[in-house]
Design a protein around this ligand. Structure first.
Ligand SMILES: [Fe+2]
Length: 394
């Protein structure tokens, strides 16, 4: 039973929508009947096999088939715009707040009012008008070579600009939306001058010019080519569970350090204006935020973090036992900041189009890392009193 995993009965009923929310159940039943036997078309930039298992579960439960069109977010957005009102798509789903913000800025979504989604997803993780809803959270901590770096040497992202890391730090390029959003969050939090100083310091500390994806950074650090990097968490457990011995050995060399605040982002989705099966699309989003889907989708399948409160972290991901409390804020100020392109160029050492950064509509930045009610064995809350951050694997 789910209650046995640390969720109170009241919370269980609340998130499942019954009986504390009879109105929500009625809405659901109405949608189920309306959507029965139909199909929805999903445009998604998520590319995980495990997502498909989830979609199959949705079809079994509702009778609604899911046609999946998978591709890069910018290409899917172009496709949606060129298809216009003839688009067959019902839902656009993507990773990174910047991508969902771009879709919203392009006017592609329609508002959805769902008592269930509004109850399950904290307000800071969804659009106030219901144009998009976060489905998972993703965090970008510091990862380091345990033979070369002590956790006690680490503190904040700002600290990565310290000259003590000269020639020891690596990162993927700022052409990655992950780094763009991280920098945007920093702009919102700390302002342009401080962020520019940080970017320049980080670039000065680079061991090499930015190259490769997040996984490549982890493997390079594990191989001793550099000492530390900053990457999304789920790439490490992916290596830990790899069927290649060399990748599992590499993962074992890596320590993870969560600065306070640790930068967090979202994977999110919205119902498109072109949707011809709005009821089915809404039901799909509601399904993805159910307890079962959050446990599998967010935690077990891809080691992301759930949006639904009370869902336990993935058992094989050591960050379990800690909750990230995030805040999502409109960042129109980021989109209009004149220095943003200069900063990103400085961070990556590459020239990029100003247009690429015009739509940081929403930037999520985690503001604190607090202990959950039931920390894992050996991960007591004591360590979380440390304002300098939280390290695991060290
Ligand atoms: Fe990723």
């Amino acid at each position: 039973m789910h209650q046995g995993k640390g969720i109170s009965r009241r919370r269980f009923l609340e998130v499942m929508g019954a009986p504390l929310a009879a109105a929500g159940v009625a809405t659901l039943q109405g949608h189920r009947a309306e959507a029965q036997g139909q199909a929805i078309t999903l445009y998604t930039s998520r590319h995980y096999d495990t997502d498909r298992l989830l979609y199959e579960g949705f079809t079994r439960q509702t009778g609604v088939r899911v046609n999946v069109v998978q591709g890069d977010a910018p290409k899917l957005l172009e496709r949606l715009k060129s298809e216009g009102t003839n688009s067959p798509a019902d839902i656009f789903m993507t990773v990174d707040a910047a991508n969902i913000g771009r879709a919203q800025a392009d006017g592609l979504f329609q508002p959805v009012r769902s008592p269930l989604l509004e109850r399950r997803i904290p307000a800071f993780l969804r659009d106030p008008q219901g144009q998009w809803f976060s489905l998972t959270r993703r965090v970008r901590p510091i990862m380091y070579n345990r033979d070369r770096v002590q956790a006690s040497e680490l503190s904040t992202y700002e600290n990565l600009a310290d000259p003590k890391w000269r020639g020891r730090l690596i990162s993927r390029s700022s052409s990655s939306v992950y780094n763009q959003s991280m920098l945007a969050a920093m702009l919102v939090q700390r302002g342009e001058a401080a962020t520019e100083a940080w970017a320049r310091g980080v670039v000065a500390n680079f061991k090499r010019a930015p190259q490769g994806n997040d996984t490549a950074q982890i493997l390079a650090v594990a191989a001793g080519e550099a000492d530390l990097t900053f990457v999304n968490t789920y790439y490490l457990p992916r290596l830990m569970k790899s069927n290649q011995e060399s990748e599992r050995q590499a993962a074992a060399k890596i320590g993870v350090f969560f600065p306070r605040p640790a930068h967090a982002n979202v994977s999110a989705a919205g119902v498109l204006k072109t949707s011809r099966n709005r009821a089915g699309a809404q039901r799909f989003l509601e399904f993805l935020t159910s307890l079962e889907a959050q446990e599998n989708f967010a935690c077990r399948a891809n080691n992301e973090y759930p949006v639904l409160a009370g869902v336990p972290w993935a058992p094989d991901w050591p960050a379990s036992g800690h909750l990230f409390r995030n805040r999502c804020r409109s960042s129109k100020s980021v989109a209009t900041m004149p220095g943003r392109c200069k900063l990103l160029t400085a961070l990556a050492g590459v020239k990029l189009s100003p247009k690429a950064y015009s739509h940081f509509k929403c930037v999520c930045d985690s503001l604190s890392l607090t202990p959950s009610p039931s920390p894992r064995k050996g991960e007591g809350s004591k360590g979380n009193q440390n304002n300098r951050g939280r390290s695991i694997f060290n």
